[in-house]
Design a protein around this ligand. Structure first.
Ligand code: HEC
Length: 144
């Protein structure tokens, strides 16, 4: 059997395999490029969502939180916090304003960021928009 396996057969497997997976790669890239605009509902990005993203970045929320899985694992996932808080922007704003909660042994608390009413509205709009991205039902449970 080993004698029947020639150099040219090995070369064909190499080139054939390379070509096959290159074509799979091209196909998946085209598929992703077509899918993304439908999934990220970018047409709903308004001024408040943009402001919220800026507040998110300026305050380094990602330094403690994950957003759709990306970020730090110190604090809860926020990609679906809007749904977790009962589809309520007011609940998100109220939570952020009421921090920190100190004096409970062993419990982490988020610091106070002293955001303005407009910044709070922006962050709530940004987190609402994020929760509406079609992530194929990720995260798999409401806790994040
Ligand atoms: C220093 C770390 C830290 C940073 C930075 C931080 N957070 Fe938090 N955050 C926490 C912790 C810890 C909790 C959970 C404990 C608590 O109740 O405070 C939390 C909880 C939350 C929750 C509630 C999540 C839930 O499911 O209960 C929201 C909403 C939130 N943070 C938003 C933000 C936003 C918006 C920013 C940026 C402006 C931010 N966080 C920055 C540490 C942080």
């Amino acid at each position: 059997m080993s004698e029947a396996f020639t150099k040219s057969m090995a070369r064909n497997i190499f080139f054939g395999g390379s070509l096959f997976f290159f074509l799979v790669f091209v196909g998946l890239t085209i598929h992703t490029t077509r899918e993304l605009p439908e999934r990220d509902h970018r047409e709903n990005i308004n001024e408040m969502v943009v402001l919220g993203k800026k507040v998110w970045e300026d305050n380094n929320c990602i330094g403690c939180h994950t957003l759709l899985g990306e970020g730090a694992y110190f604090a809860p996932e926020l990609g679906n916090v809007y749904t977790r808080f009962g589809n309520s922007k007011e609940a998100i704003k109220g939570f952020i304003m009421s921090r920190p909660v100190n004096g409970i042994p062993g419990r982490r608390s988020m610091p106070q960021f002293n955001l303005t009413e407009e910044e709070l509205e922006g962050i709530a709009e940004f987190l609402k928009w994020t929760s509406e991205v079609n992530t194929a039902n990720w995260p798999p449970n409401i806790q994040g």
